[in-house]
Design a protein around this ligand. Structure first.
Ligand SMILES: [Zn+2]
Ligand SMILES: [Zn+2]
Length: 384
């Protein structure tokens, strides 16, 4: 055998990744190089690639084989499995004719909703995994709901066990027959292409029996799509992208249900912006108030408060209202509210107002037609 490429390299993943990542990468590559999806002149090349990635996936998705491969490399796999001739020179054509291939790789694709292998035996209990699939949905909440927490009524579609056939896919009262392919064993020895091993029987999906009549409600699927309603508690402190995991609210499986993952999307607020657990807002005060001091009303998440403006407050000065921000999602205290002060310069003045400001300038030693020097410097001159 010529020098073989590293399986991780073939799948383009680092060595320490989870099976999920491996699966995802395989899925992407398998779809790219699937011989049925490439131009005829690229077919030969694609077949080689497909063979290579499938082999890499077969090893790396199997905990035991992966461990051997990690420790001993290709020789670990070859030694251990030579008797089964898993990776002997493959006759590619036979791989797709071989039902075992579908049962091995079909679930990867059906996870995505693809059925690239075109059906296969229609049998009861098409779900192969014991645990139901996870579902991911996005939920929109307001800024205030994110900050203070909220209980949301949500609705989402999911597959549930068919109530008519209790998930078996068989028409109630109909008989079952022993599967002819595995003789009721639920497993068959697959010896096509580059591997040869015991696989779940593709005809009965490991059930050992076949239904003779399909359930009319679910068409033999054993599951039906339903809109599921759920009340979800969103804790205070979440932000856009926060993920809530609700155990057992995913799709039905043979043994247990999958989980529901809620990805939150927080709407922008007209008054507040978020900065970590702090919230940021702006407040306008008059020139007179900035100069002489006073109080200003500031909106907080819990209603309005009066905030003190000290004498001589400068433009864009930021005041901190302690613990008026957002509680930390993991319980590490509460953020603050940062209030940035904007000073309003009058746009229109009455004759009298104008006179007073001119007088003020004069008293400050300022000549208004002059184009240099700051107000502060003028003041300093006056008080010298
Ligand atoms: Zn049914
Ligand atoms: Zn069977």
């Amino acid at each position: 055998m010529s020098a073989k490429r590293d399986y991780y390299e073939i799948l383009g993943v680092p060595k320490n990744v989870t099976v999920d990542v491996i699966k995802k990468s395989y899925r992407t590559l398998a779809l790219k190089y699937h011989p049925d999806r490439v131009a005829p002149d690229k077919k030969k090349e694609a077949e080689e690639q497909f063979k290579e990635i499938s082999e890499a996936y077969a090893v790396l998705s199997d905990t035991q084989k992966r461990a051997l491969y990690d420790q001993y490399g290709h020789s670990g796999i070859d030694q251990r499995y030579t008797s089964e001739d898993i990776f002997k020179g493959a006759d590619f054509g036979s791989i797709f004719e071989n039902a075992g291939f579908e049962s091995m790789f079909g679930d990867v694709f059906s996870d995505l909703g693809f059925d690239i292998f075109g059906g296969g035996g229609r049998t009861a209990g098409r779900r192969r995994s014991e645990r139901g699939r996870d579902i991911q949905i996005e939920v929109d909440i307001t800024f205030l709901e994110a900050a203070r927490g909220v209980t949301k009524q949500i609705k989402y579609p999911r597959y549930e066990a068919c109530s008519l056939c209790k998930g078996t896919g068989a028409k109630p009262g109909s008989k079952k027959t022993t599967c002819s392919q595995c003789k009721g064993q639920g497993q068959v020895i697959v010896s096509g292409g580059f591997f040869r091993m015991a696989q779940t029987c593709p005809q009965c999906r490991g059930e050992g029996t076949l239904v003779t009549a399909f359930c009319p409600d679910c068409n033999g699927q054993g599951k039906v799509k339903k809109i599921h309603k759920l009340e979800v508690k969103v804790p205070p402190g979440v932000d856009t992208g926060s993920q809530l995991r609700i155990r057992g609210e995913g799709e039905a499986g043979k043994a247990s249900k999958g989980d529901l993952y809620i990805i939150l999307n927080v709407f922008a607020d007209s008054k507040f912006e978020r900065s970590g657990n702090d919230i940021v807002c702006e407040v306008n005060i008059s020139m007179a108030k900035a100069t002489l001091g006073g109080e200003v009303e500031v909106s907080t998440l819990d209603g309005s408060v009066m905030m003190k403006i000290p004498v001589g407050t400068q433009p864009d000065k930021v005041f901190r209202l302690r613990q008026k921000g957002i509680p930390d999602l993991h319980g590490y205290g509460i953020g603050d509210q940062l209030v940035k002060v904007k000073i309003e310069i009058p746009v229109y003045l009455t004759v009298e107002q104008r006179k007073l400001i001119e007088d003020f300038a004069k008293l400050s030693g300022e000549r208004l037609d002059e184009n240099s020097g700051s107000f502060t410097e003028k003041i300093k001159k006056v008080f010298k």
